[in-house]
Design a protein around this ligand. Structure first.
Ligand code: FAD
Length: 331
């Protein structure tokens, strides 16, 4: 079989507790653009249980065909059954491009699928483009984020990549968009890697995700201490937002790792990002530069963060923030 026999874009659609994850809609949006450029279709592959209600939503976000693998054994993610499903879908559909979210699920699943199919995988892509000779150009940071590497796979199909949440944009939903829905069947083989989930205990307490926040008040080394973050928390509460941090602040232990923004943290795209005492290193900026409005507060007028900020305040965070909070309270 030749590589020219592979046609189309396939997106692995991730559901958790039967809710479609945003990253999958973002990938459908990107997959749609790639497919339009190549003149091919987008197929969404959805493993899960009781999932038929999602089909139309996926079509409205860009899929031409939705393959539902509805099976009780696929209700929660486990490696082997999901690998079998995705390998089967790819073997039957023969897409030239396959996209996964770089989530804990996608990062576990995609390498296994690529190994079974004997094809390559480019992880954590930040951009995907099509070259003149129809190759997928997969760009990702390399050498500690100091250069961007563009990787192509001229000899293997499919061309596979994972993309971090928040990097791509969803297409505008098209209500009533038409597409094909297939109730796909797969006979799961219970080999020695097959794990059955006996029960799932959800962690008690409400863990908030900075990727879902519309406002982020983010602190760096300039905050000076863990206690110094209280004032950021005060501003975040006033704005119905969350507190995030740079890696320097996380590494010192002032904030937990799940609040870290950047190349080795999370990619965020809030409506408002307030960077407080953050220098604006390339690895930090990579995770927040797509925010709609960026405000930076830094005592150094030459700090690189001011190059990407829409609004900048030169001053000590500890003096500026109380004044900002006071003004907001008046509104
Ligand atoms: P600093 O660079 O120390 O900057 C502190 C800033 O605060 C300075 O600009 C200073 O002028 C200002 N300041 C000091 N006191 C005050 C004050 N009182 N009021 C106002 N301003 C003040 N970094 C990330 O953030 N996220 C990542 O995911 C990430 N991944 C990385 C991956 C790799 C492979 C590598 C090599 C690095 C990574 N980094 C990451 C680290 C990154 O290079 C920077 O070291 C880090 O972002 C610096 O954090 P910072 O801006 O808080 O600290």
């Amino acid at each position: 079989m030749s590589i020219n026999d592979y046609k189309g874009v396939l997106v692995f659609v991730e559901q958790r507790f039967n809710e479609i994850q945003n990253v999958s809609l973002e990938l459908l949006g990107k997959g749609r653009k790639i497919a339009d450029e190549l003149g091919v279709d987008v197929t969404a592959v959805v493993p899960g249980s009781d999932i038929s209600r999602h089909a139309q939503l996926l079509i409205e976000y860009g899929a031409d065909k939705v393959m539902l693998y509805d099976n009780k054994a696929l209700e929660l993610y486990t490696t082997e059954p999901y690998t079998q499903v995705v390998v089967k879908a790819i073997t039957e559909e023969k897409p030239e491009v396959v996209l996964f979210g770089a989530t804990s699920i996608g990062r576990d699943l995609a390498p296994r699928v690529s190994a079974r199919l004997q094809t390559g995988l480019t992880a954590d892509c930040t951009s995907l483009d099509i070259s003149e000779d129809r190759l997928l150009m997969m760009t990702r940071p390399a050498f500690g984020g100091n250069i961007m590497a563009t990787i192509v796979s001229p000899e293997h199909r499919p061309q596979m990549s994972t993309v971090r949440p928040g990097v791509m944009t969803k297409m505008e939903r098209e209500p009533g968009r038409k597409g094909e829905v297939v109730n796909a069947k797969v006979a799961l083989e219970k080999n020695n890697q097959f794990v059955e989930v006996v029960s799932f205990e959800k962690e008690v307490g409400t863990k908030m995700d900075i990727q879902e926040a519309t406002v982020l008040v983010s602190g760096g080394r300039g905050i000076g201490s863990a206690d110094g973050f209280e004032i950021l928390d005060g501003l975040a509460k006033e704005l119905n937002g969350l507190v995030s941090a740079s890696r320097a602040a996380v590494d010192i232990g002032w904030m937990p790792h799940d609040r870290q923004v950047g190349q080795t943290g999370k990619t965020v795209r809030p409506n408002l990002y307030i960077a407080c005492g953050i220098s604006g290193a390339i690895q930090h900026v990579a995770g927040m530069e797509e925010s709609d409005l960026i405000i930076a507060i830094n005592k150094d007028k030459d700090a690189p963060i001011f190059e990407i900020a829409d609004l900048g305040i030169v001053g000590e965070v500890q003096k500026v923030l109380p004044l900002v909070i006071e003004e907001i309270k008046k509104i």
